[in-house]
Design a protein around this ligand. Structure first.
Ligand code: MN
Length: 482
């Protein structure tokens, strides 16, 4: 008998492509299929938004287009845990384990890759693909669920990220690159006067989608983290027009190049904080080919809805938990509140051992990511993923004159509109280095380590967690209420 640690790949997730996961959701009553021909402009997003967190939305022949659109299949924390095959309480630990144990990809030939069953060169993106226009003031159709894959021009190691992409005309698209790995690769290529080859992959299995959002060092290939999550190497295939490797089981792949020196206007676009990003000059993707399955599915993420927020927040939570636990082994769990757009408000659960310790945890959390604007620290009798319990802790264990930490003028999120008050926009947007200055607020909502009798003892009824109602309720039971 051999004994292999779980982290070394004994567990294989059952869903290796998007359609298997959708079939599972469908078989369990979690898919809604719309009438044919729902308009791609606004109506599709409006319907998907109404179903957010309840059912995945599928749109046959959207706007008359042959390729169906799907959305909202990762819109609950429990569904994401289910796709991985772990209980919700084990989600962060499992994600972190995968990030710590990436598996090199397995390259397959093009004829064995479903994503290359059909190859189009000299293609018109808006004719080839059903690209929706989402929010009221969006400047046009946007690809919102494209995994942008590029190779480091120096080391050849790949990077994966999701970037919003506005389709401008037949073969040109504008892309927003925040100051992270993809932009670093592009700047290295542009400095040599070269384009950066990319692939935009639309429609991947749930775990590859989640892995794309891992907060990993540059030169960690997120597709290898996807392999870690699957418990088996991810099959990849070389693009038909460049050297980028893409998930072979993907639905649609746009191959192209981010051009040096070229820029185009992009935006406004409704983003994750539920506000619009302004129109600005962005880099340009020149499209060279589109490959796809014989009958592909097009995935769109509705901005600021649950699928968008959870895909960003769960990998961040895993990273923040690891960061805090390095300094504080008594940090037990963290949660990025959905009301804080899955980015700005962090709840931390600790087993408090010393008076004042929550304030140290608050300061460490501010340093862990500049997006974090508010931290609430609670005790281990509070469910940190339940906003009602966190508010109860603030209501009953927090005093503002004693337990509040405020730091003025720190670095915050440039997408938080409250950071723009007082900035001068009369000559256009101020320089990037002046944007996003933000105050930080920390709340110590923990009880004293030692207290008198039952002052801070949460009321519970003995047995309340263990009652089996099916055993207690008598289906034939009757009382006379007359
Ligand atoms: Mn990366």
């Amino acid at each position: 008998m051999t004994d292999t640690p779980a982290s070394l790949g004994t567990r294989r997730a059952p869903y290796t492509d998007l359609r298997q996961w959708l079939a599972h959701l469908d078989a369990t009553g979690r898919v809604a299929v719309m009438r044919e021909g729902v308009p791609l402009q606004h109506t599709l997003a409006a319907i998907a938004k109404r179903l957010d967190g309840q059912k995945a939305a599928c749109f046959p022949r959207p706007g008359g287009h042959a390729i169906p659109v799907v959305s909202g299949f990762m819109a609950r924390r429990a569904w994401i845990a289910e796709a991985i095959g772990v209980p919700e309480s084990g989600l962060l630990a499992h994600f972190r384990d995968a990030a710590d144990h990436p598996l090199p990809c397995n390259e397959v030939p093009g004829h064995a890759a479903p994503c290359q069953q059909i190859v189009h060169r000299d293609v018109d993106v808006l004719k080839a693909l059903p690209v929706p226009t989402h929010s009221e003031h969006d400047s046009g159709p946007y690809i919102t669920a494209g995994l942008v894959i590029a190779r480091n021009p120096v080391t050849g190691v790949q990077n994966v990220s999701i970037n919003r992409i506005q389709v401008h005309d037949r073969q040109r698209m504008a892309i927003l690159m925040l100051p992270r790995h993809l932009l670093a690769f592009y700047q290295a290529a542009e400095a040599r006067g070269q384009a950066l080859d990319v692939a935009v992959v639309i429609g991947v299995d749930p775990l590859t989608l989640l892995a794309s959002q891992a907060i990993a060092p540059i030169d960690t290939d997120e597709l290898e983290i996807a392999g870690g999550l699957h418990g088996a190497p991810l099959d990849v295939v070389k693009c038909v027009t460049n050297e980028v490797r893409v998930p072979a089981q993907g639905e649609i792949v746009i191959e192209g190049r981010i051009l040096p020196t070229e820029r185009a206007a992009e935006g406004p676009f409704g983003e994750f904080p539920k506000y619009y990003s302004a129109r600005e000059s962005r880099e340009v993707i020149q499209v060279d080919a589109i490959t796809h399955r014989a009958a592909p599915l097009f995935h769109t993420i509705i901005p600021a809805e649950m699928e968008h927020l959870l895909l960003g927040s769960i990998p961040r939570e895993a990273t923040l938990l690891a960061h805090l636990q390095r300094s504080f082994p008594n940090v037990l769990d963290v949660h990025l509140a959905i009301g804080g757009v899955g980015r700005y408000h962090l709840h931390v659960k600790i087993r408090k051992t010393h008076q004042g310790q929550p304030k140290n945890v608050i300061c460490a959390a501010f340093g862990a990511h500049y997006d974090i604007k508010q931290v609430i620290v609670v005790d281990d009798d509070v469910e940190v993923h339940d906003p009602l319990q966190v508010e109860w802790a603030v209501a009953t264990r927090f005093q503002a004159d004693r337990d509040l930490v405020v730091i003025a003028g720190a670095q915050g999120s440039v997408l938080d509109p409250s950071t723009t008050v007082g900035l001068d926009f009369s000559d256009g947007a101020p320089p990037a280095h002046l944007q996003g200055a933000s105050a930080k607020m920390g709340l110590d909502a923990t009880r004293p380590v030692a207290y008198h009798e039952y002052v801070f003892t949460k009321v519970r009824v003995p047995g309340e967690d263990d009652i089996d109602l099916n055993a207690e309720i008598d289906p034939a039971g009757r009382l006379d209420f007359s």
